[in-house]
Design a protein around this ligand. Structure first.
Ligand code: AMP
Length: 118
């Protein structure tokens, strides 16, 4: 069973901030911003590659609820999902990073040379 499935089953503790029947949100253990939450589906999905439009619709509402609950909806925030090796995905259970609470930099995207366009 994957790490985030264990968090869903409460076999591993997490700092949950929001939950419904289908989705779970908890604080990232290694935050990159004052607010850094992970939003995940409760059914195991490997990555965005396998996400259905229906699940994405539910996730959209769920993430909006998180941003309202943490009061970052008006000040702004960023939603990221890393996919696969080049995307930097470390945990193989689909998750959306919701980052906010400060003006976010863009620098961590500059490790690939933008001149090497595909
Ligand atoms: P990614 O690199 O997109 O796969 O992101 C995985 C994220 O999961 C990282 O930001 C980690 O800090 C976070 N993470 C790993 N283990 C835990 C955990 N037990 N509880 C909360 N967040 C975690």
């Amino acid at each position: 069973m994957c790490l985030f499935c264990k968090i869903i089953k409460k076999e591993i503790p997490s700092n949950i901030i929001h939950e419904d029947e289908n989705y779970l949100a908890f604080h990232d253990i290694n935050p990159k911003a004052p607010v850094h939450i992970l939003a995940i589906p409760k059914v195991h999905v490997d990555s965005f590659n396998d996400l259905t439009p229906d699940m994405m619709a539910g996730m959209t509402t769920f993430i909006q609820e998180i941003t309202q609950k943490t009061h970052i909806d008006k000040s702004g925030y960023r939603v990221i999902t890393n996919i696969g090796e080049n995307g930097g995905q470390e945990v193989g259970h689909l998750h959306f990073h919701v980052l906010g609470g400060a003006k976010l930099k863009w620098g961590h995207f500059s490790d690939a040379d933008p001149k090497n366009l595909i």
